[in-house]
Design a protein around this ligand. Sequence first.
Ligand SMILES: Cc1cc2nc3c(=O)[nH]c(=O)nc-3n(C[C@H](O)[C@H](O)[C@H](O)COP(=O)(O)OP(=O)(O)OC[C@H]3O[C@@H](n4cnc5c(N)ncnc54)[C@H](O)[C@@H]3O)c2cc1C
Length: 516
Amino acid sequence: MKKIQVIGGGLAGPEAALQAAALGCEVTLYEMRPHRSTEAHLTSDFAELVCSNSLKSETENSAPWLLKQEMRRANSFLLAAADASAVPAGHALAVDRTEFSRRVHERIDQNPNITVVREEVTHLDENDAETVIILATGPLTSPALTAELQRLTGSQHLAFYDSIAPIVDASTIDMDKVYFAARWDKGTADYINCPFTKEEYDRFIDALTTAETVPAKEWEQIPTAPDARHCERSAQRGEPALSEVEWEEPLDFAGSVDTSTCAPNNLPVRARTNNEQATTNNQLKYFEGCLPIDELGRRGRDTLRFGPMKPAGLTNPKTGKWPYAAVQLRQENLRADSYNIVGFQNHMKYGDQARVLRLIPGLENAKFLRYGQIHRNTYVNAPVVLTETLQLRNHPNILIAGQLSGVEGYTESIASGLLAGRYAAALAQGRTPTPAPRTTAHGSLTHYITHAEGKRFDPANITFDLLPPLEEELRRKIRDKKERHRIQCERALEALTSWLNSMAVEAKPSYSAPAP
Ligand SMILES: Cc1cc2nc3c(=O)[nH]c(=O)nc-3n(C[C@H](O)[C@H](O)[C@H](O)COP(=O)(O)OP(=O)(O)OC[C@H]3O[C@@H](n4cnc5c(N)ncnc54)[C@H](O)[C@@H]3O)c2cc1C
């Protein structure tokens, strides 16, 4: 039997290691902490939750609930640890993070099939046919390993930043002020256009350039070269860059926000924050292809009019002319109940962001379902480089799990670790791994990351938009959304159970896990 190396002792790595070990594989788990830390971790614990302590909703028949139910059925070790360390949190599963990590640690420690090595992995041997590798080093993968991954996947297939455009509730757009049009009348008129007069544009730029931005953290710098200096822990250690509030924001969207996986062009840009004193280093490096609008606004009064607010070709049917500037809104989901403000990723604080965005004609009373954000996040271009069993297409003995694979969030990362551990065990035992069924939340999440549009791949949380919809006939019969979701959940759980049963017949575990 081949050996398994799991790299990364965050959320995906320990789950993968425990799954593979429970299936009788010999696993070595590598974690670089405490010798070297990331810019967000504070401890050397396994399964450290770097920010909020929430594993999201437990409301029955919600998408996050479905994912967790599937994980429970598949004997997720980390979810069992989370359940056992739960603290009261209404409809959410929130955990005592210290207790959660302690339980995970204990599980790994007690497992005779797992050897822990505390060192930074800097090299991957893709030609070692006797070893299956699971790479689960997360959004803050160390620079040396990032360089290795670039070598294996091609640098164009690795993103360093996640930039998220704001999303607006469609019912709060003033449709009398906006118009549908396609630029130069090419294609169908799918975009909503918000037209600006010169006065409106000037007022918007003034507000934008004086708005308060989220203080930039030193560690948010992008490594622009494989040998980029690893950011030293900044003075603001212990203060995660993304506040809990940001991660508690409703993220129930699957769709493609305008956050194109940007290729670095190594152009350093001076980003002046209004909080210069909050950071010891304001030399932020952004990708030119996805600059925040606040930065563009500061570069020159007209920069936005020649960028994301370009009016050319957007004839307003009411005037027969192009407006002075325009903001475009793109439908976010099939229900068309939310719209993405195209290219409007930004660094503004939420309060100021709402105030500034409501200066866009038509959005005066807008409700924002999600605000714009920019944060460091290393992830592969999964649709191009990964198979449905999380293997690198060019190097099938290397699997990618967790946030690095393009899933987003604690629970999703654990879920992908669960799959990777099982797939790796199959490979180590000479079997062909069977992907999780498409109808399940696990399968849908993996289907999304491996089949999304590769040119603009954005990481995703689990949502119903990722699951296959009910058949047209059933949809016509059942108008109630909750009932539709209930049926989707029921189907998913049935499919997952059959998949687990079929795998149980193939695999012969040599080590059975004790109850949590
Ligand atoms: C600042 C910040 C705040 C976040 N807040 C939230 C939140 O509130 N809610 C949420 O759902 N998600 C949040 N996320 C996303 C979060 O990172 C993931 O949800 C989750 O931690 C990813 O799990 P993972 O196992 O993929 O990576 P991680 O949990 O980051 O684990 C990766 C592990 O790999 C180790 N490692 C890295 N490089 C090497 C190497 N070369 N050799 C050996 N070990 C290495 C790291 O030390 C780390 O322990 C946040 C992310 C960041 C960066």
